[in-house]
Design a protein around this ligand. Structure first.
Ligand code: ATP
Ligand code: MG
Ligand code: MG
Length: 381
């Protein structure tokens, strides 16, 4: 029985644990956060002691990229960490991520790195407004971001950002990336896996919609072959450059026929949760297969599928179970505004059937917590 240790004990570790059980894998998590939040993974599957966890496992992986560098170094020294600490660090620092994209000649939004007021002023002149400022470290779910639409907002934004730069809790210098706002047509992502033999497989592109900076809905339908190929090329270039092992997610802005990389995540990803019901093998299983040296499972789409995030809500009407294919996934977390509490997967044999089911489920869900899903349904028709 392969023993896997996951750095981070949130819902992604929990879903790896759930996917690993039928494969006879023993997945345990190590909580890398210092605060004592309620842990969604089974408490028996949590290690209190990192060194014991490292000694007892066969493979170490991560469910998120903001892991202290000394923890990554300790794990890497054991020779068991996959993907590498380099890949995890790049995903956790937008400056490293941007340099990697540039070094691979991969299209991404125009940007400037900011450390001080002079950089900030020159970013405003060298990039066109609107500009989005993103903290280089620790950002997720749209946190640590400022949007500058008008030069008149510049002073206010700089004041907030400079407090942020000076208050950095991390030992690594906090910085900001100023990025040109991309007038995208759609946001899409590719979730791919590469195993230790270098074999690669990727799921069909997923279309993603955000509400208040947080992913709210992902939809996967028939695939545009050219776009899929473009995304796969980016995936394979990055995965090979990093000698990557595991699941790697890449978020894109689609402008016309061109894909620009927004960011990468060196792990299983929220926009891949649909694979639990919509693909031959789910992303969690494929991540485990990749890091345990097994052949990858088929990434083929079974049927059109949507994933709806449950954000800041812990009460879902039971009537949703009357809709065929509905699959509810709770993370067992304490309710908090803006917190990802669970998700619902929903499929259809055809796009029309998925659209009908989206309309039906939307009429049952609380309007204050969920976007109007009939809008997404219309796009499928
Ligand atoms: P995640 O939870 O995906 O890790 P994050 O906090 O790392 O989120 P981003 O993915 O960089 O943040 O940005 C969140 C969202 O903000 C994007 O999905 C997109 O909708 C919008 N956004 C970010 N950068 C840009 C940009 N340059 N142009 C237009 N929109 C942007
Ligand atoms: Mg991110
Ligand atoms: Mg993102």
């Amino acid at each position: 029985m392969k023993k896997v240790l996951v750095l981070g004990a949130g819902q992604l570790a929990r879903m790896m644990d759930l996917a690993g059980a039928p494969l006879g894998m023993d997945v345990k998590a190590f909580d890398v956060r210092t605060n004592n939040v309620v842990l969604p993974i089974d408490p028996e599957h949590i290690y209190g002691d990192l060194n014991q966890g490292i000694a007892e496992c066969d493979v170490i992986t991560a469910e998120f990229e903001h892991v202290a560098h000394n923890t990554l170094a300790t794990c890497e020294a054991s020779g068991k960490l996959l993907p590498s600490s380099e890949a995890i660090k790049i995903g956790g620092d937008r400056r490293l991520e941007k340099s990697l994209l540039d070094s691979c000649n991969i299209a991404n939004a125009k940007y400037v790195v900011i450390q001080n007021k002079a950089d900030f002023d020159s970013a405003i002149t060298s990039l066109q407004l609107p500009i989005i400022f993103k903290s280089a470290l620790e950002g997720y779910d749209g946190k640590g971001q400022w949007r500058l639409k008008d030069v008149e907002q510049a002073d206010t934004i700089w004041q907030e950002m400079s407090v942020f730069i000076n208050n950095a809790s991390s030992s690594i210098p906090q910085g900001i990336i100023a990025e040109q706002m991309v007038p995208f047509d759609r946001e899409v992502s590719i979730i791919g896996a590469r195993n230790s033999k270098g074999e690669m497989a990727a799921y069909p592109l997923t279309e993603n919609h955000h509400t208040n900076g947080i992913l709210s809905v992902s939809v996967v339908t028939s695939v545009d072959k050219k776009l899929q190929q473009q995304a796969f090329e980016v995936f394979s270039k990055l995965a090979e450059k990093l000698n990557y092992t595991g699941v790697l997610a890449i978020e894109f802005f689609q402008v016309g026929e061109q894909l620009l990389v927004n960011e990468i995540a060196p792990r299983v990803h929220n926009s891949g949760h649909w694979t639990q019901q919509g693909a031959d093998t789910c992303q969690f299983e494929n991540h485990l297969r990749a890091i345990c040296g097994l052949p990858l499972g088929s990434t083929q789409l079974i049927r059109p599928t949507a994933m709806v995030n449950i954000i800041g809500e812990d009460d879902i009407p039971e009537e949703i179970f009357t809709i065929p294919t509905v699959a509810l996934h709770w993370y067992d977390k304490e309710k908090r505004t803006g917190r990802k509490m669970g998700h619902i997967n929903l499929c259809g044999q055809t796009e029309l059937e998925l659209a009908e089911r989206l309309v039906r489920i939307s009429s049952l869900l609380n309007k204050e917590s969920f976007p109007d899903l009939s809008e997404f349904a219309e796009n499928l028709l």
